[in-house]
Design a protein around this ligand. Structure first.
Ligand code: DGL
Length: 270
C-alpha cells in the first residue's frame, strides 16, 4: 500500500512503544531519513508490555494508535515494540489507511551469522509468542535458538536513558544462561539497543549483537518512497499516556535526541 504522503519534504512518522525503547528505532530512522518529522508516543500507563495479556495489549495499542491517527496528521506508524508487533499488526493494518511498520526479532539475519547458537533476548511475552516460535521454525536454518525473556533488562534500559548506570553484575547474572553458549544474540526488544554496550560486555567480545532498527528505517524509507534529505529542524512532539517517572531526566534525554518535552495524551477521556 503506497499512500500519498501529506508533506513530501518532511513526512510525519509516529513511533510508538510502551516506554523509551522505541527511541532506539527513532535513532535509526533519523540516521537514514533526517528529513522526517518524528512524533514519539509511549504507553507508560500500561508499561511493561512484556507482562500484559494478549487481549489487553491488542486493545490498548489499537485504542491509543487509532485515537492518535484520528486527531493528528501522520504519514506512517512504526510500532517500535516487538512485544506489541508480534500480535497487533493485523488489527492495525486492517483499520488504518496509512502504512504500519512493525518490529519483530531478527532471527533470520542472526541465524545466517551463527556457527554455534543464537540467543534471543526479549520480553517474557515475546519469547512465548506463537509468532516468535514460527519465526524460529521458518528462519533459524536449524540453528539452535536459546530464548531469554527479562523485564529487568527493560527496566535497566529505562533507567539508563534517564542517566543511571547499568548494574553490570546484575546484567551478567541475568544473561548467564547465554554466556559461552551462543555466538550471536538477537536484541528482540527495542529497549535493548539502549544498553547494547553493557550487553556486549556481559556476553563477551566474540558474540555478535543483532537488532532490527536499521531494517525498520529502510522499510519506512521504501514505504514512503523517500530519498535521504536534510534535517527536519521543527518541533518533534513526545506524548505519553501517564505522567512519566523521573520526568526531568527523561526530558533532558529527549531534548538531546531532538524532541520536545513530554505531554500527556488523554486518549481514554474521549
Ligand atoms: N520495547 C518493547 C519491545 O520491544 C517492550 C518493553 C516492555 O514494555 O515490556 O518488546
Amino acid at each position: 500500500m503506497i499512500n500519498s504522503v501529506s508533506n513530501q519534504s518532511n513526512p510525519s512518522v509516529l513511533i510508538f512503544d510502551s516506554g523509551v525503547g522505541g527511541l532506539s528505532v527513532y535513532q535509526e530512522i533519523k540516521a537514514l531519513l533526517p528529513q522526517v518529522k518524528c512524533t514519539y508516543l509511549f504507553d507508560n500507563e500500561a508499561y511493561p508490555y512484556g507482562e500484559l495479556s494478549q487481549e489487553v495489549l491488542i486493545d490498548r495499542v489499537d485504542s491509543i494508535i487509532s485515537f492518535y491517527i484520528a486527531n493528528y496528521s501522520i504519514d506512517a506508524v512504526v510500532i517500535a515494540c516487538n512485544t506489541a508487533s508480534t500480535i497487533v499488526l493485523p488489527t492495525l493494518r486492517e483499520k488504518l489507511t496509512i502504512p504500519v511498520v512493525g518490529v519483530v526479532p531478527a532471527i533470520k539475519p542472526a541465524s545466517v551469522l551463527a556457527n554455534k547458537a543464537v540467543g534471543l533476548i526479549a520480553t517474557p511475552a515475546t519469547v512465548t509468542r506463537e509468532y516468535t516460535k514460527d519465526l524460529v521454525r521458518d528462519f533459524s536454518n536449524d540453528t539452535h535458538v536459546e530464548m531469554l525473556g527479562s523485564t529487568k533488562l527493560v527496566e535497566m534500559a529505562e533507567a539508563k536513558l534517564r542517566g543511571e548506570e547499568v548494574d553490570l553484575v546484575l546484567l551478567t547474572r541475568i544473561l548467564k544462561p547465554l554466556i559461552d553458549n551462543i555466538d550471536v544474540a538477537v536484541l528482540g526488544c527495542t529497549h535493548f539497543p539502549l544498553i547494547k554496550e553493557e550487553i556486549a560486555q556481559a556476553l563477551g567480545k566474540n558474540v555478535i549483537l543483532v537488532d532490527s532498527g536499521e531494517a525498520i528505517a529502510r522499510r519506512v524509507q521504501s514505504l514512503l518512497q523517500l530519498e535521504s534529505g536534510s534535517l527536519y529542524e521543527g518541533e518533534q512532539p513526545v506524548w505519553s499516556s501517564a505522567l512519566p517517572s523521573d520526568e526531568s531526566a527523561l526530558n533532558k534525554a529527549l531534548k538531546e535526541l531532538g524532541f520536545s518535552s513530554v505531554q500527556i495524551l488523554r486518549f481514554q477521556d474521549v
